[in-house]
Every structure is written in structure tokens, then in C-alpha cells.
Design a protein around this ligand. Structure first.
Ligand SMILES: Cc1cc2nc3c(=O)[nH]c(=O)nc-3n(C[C@H](O)[C@H](O)[C@H](O)COP(=O)(O)O)c2cc1C
Length: 180
């Protein structure tokens, strides 16, 4: 197994992206809970759901990992906030900087995808976190909110799914650039 897709997903949207990517590239996809040793992998593609800015499972999976010559690391975040908004991309990158050493981050190719949320299936703890966040935010007018908080307010209590497999295309191209 030369190449590997690893995913950190709590409610399934990141796993679905990872499985689609696997189907389209022939590269096996494995949950971060079962991640193998990475030192002999040529291409490592990590997809993780965003939770309060952090990428699920990322820091733990890449702990003590350093990129060797000939190895390629592709990082993909999956969140509710629209990654087409520069402000959101900026915030995600800032939080990636807190989770990974600069030398690793500088050499990684980074992509952002949009997932979804279904309040009916959220754990009690997550529902409470979102409730507290919503209560602290919703009194400020929408136009004064950050793009990320606006996404949270607009989708609060709902079931939304922004998953779009077509957004995997640039990632597939990046993977193929390394393999062919
Ligand atoms: C407690 C909690 C915190 C979240 N924090 C963020 C966040 O900081 N940024 C974001 O874009 N989305 C955030 N989300 C939305 C998730 O990233 C989104 O639901 C994603 O699709 C989850 O991936 P998964 O289904 O693979 O677990 C959060 C969701 C929950 C429940």
C-alpha cells in the first residue's frame, strides 16, 4: 500500500468524502482510529472534520511524523463554514498552524471542503456546545458576524448538507500529479 487516505469523521460527512475519493483514485481509505504507520507511504491524504477549529484526529495521527523526501502530504478539512469565503479559509489555516509543526504544514497541500450538520443526530455534548455558541452569538446582527459564525447561526437547529463530491476534483488532480 503505497498511498493512503486517512479520515477523522464523527458524523459521516468526512468519511463519505474519503470513501468517494478512494473510489475515484483506487487508494484505500482508513479511519484515523485504525491508521497504520506512515513512514513507508508515498502519498498521505488526511481528511478531517472541523470541530471548534480543530481538525478531528489530525494532530494525533501526525504526531511524531515528519515528511521525508519523495513523500507527499495532502490535508483536507471538512466543515460547515463556506470555504469559498477567504475569512473562513484564513481561520482554518490559523487553526492548522496551532495543530501541526510549521515545517510539515508548509510542505502540505491544503484543501477545504464543505460538509453538513444534522442537529437530530448530534451527541448531547455537541448539541450543548452549539446551543451555548448560538446563544452567545445570535444577538449580534448577522451582517456584523464573521462568516463562520453566520454559517452557524443560519444552520442552527437544522439539517443541512453542503456535501458536493465535485469539489473533490482538484484533490484528485493533486493526487495524480504525485502518482503519475
Ligand atoms: C461541536 C461542533 C463544532 C464545530 N465546529 C466547526 C468549526 O469550527 N468550523 C466549521 O466549519 N464547522 C464546524 N462544525 C461543523 C462540522 O465540521 C461539520 O458538521 C462537518 O461536516 C462534520 O464532519 P463529520 O460529519 O465527518 O464529523 C462543528 C460541528 C460541531 C458539532
Amino acid at each position: 500500500m503505497e498511498h493512503i487516505i486517512i479520515y477523522g469523521s464523527r458524523y459521516g460527512s468526512t468519511r463519505r468524502y474519503a470513501e468517494k475519493l478512494s473510489e475515484q483514485t483506487g487508494i484505500p481509505a482508513i479511519s484515523c482510529k485504525d491508521a497504520p504507520a506512515l513512514s513507508d507511504k508515498k502519498t498521505i491524504i488526511y481528511l478531517g472534520g472541523l470541530y471548534a477549529g480543530g481538525v478531528l484526529g489530525l494532530a494525533k495521527t501526525l504526531r511524531s511524523f515528519s515528511l521525508q523526501d519523495g513523500q507527499k502530504l495532502i490535508l483536507v478539512t471538512v466543515g460547515l463554514a463556506d470555504p469559498n469565503e477567504p475569512e473562513n479559509r484564513h481561520n482554518i489555516r490559523a487553526s492548522l498552524q496551532r495543530q501541526l509543526p510549521t515545517e510539515l504544514l508548509d510542505r502540505a497541500k491544503i484543501f477545504h471542503l464543505r460538509g453538513g450538520i444534522n442537529y437530530e443526530t448530534l451527541s448531547f455534548g455537541h448539541r450543548m456546545v452549539m446551543k451555548l455558541l448560538y446563544q452567545s452569538l445570535h444577538r449580534t446582527p448577522l451582517e456584523k458576524q464573521t462568516a463562520e459564525n453566520r454559517a452557524l447561526i443560519e444552520t442552527y437547529g437544522k439539517q443541512v448538507d453542503f456535501t458536493d463530491f465535485r469539489t473533490l476534483e482538484p484533490i484528485i488532480q493533486e493526487i495524480q500529479r504525485g502518482i503519475i
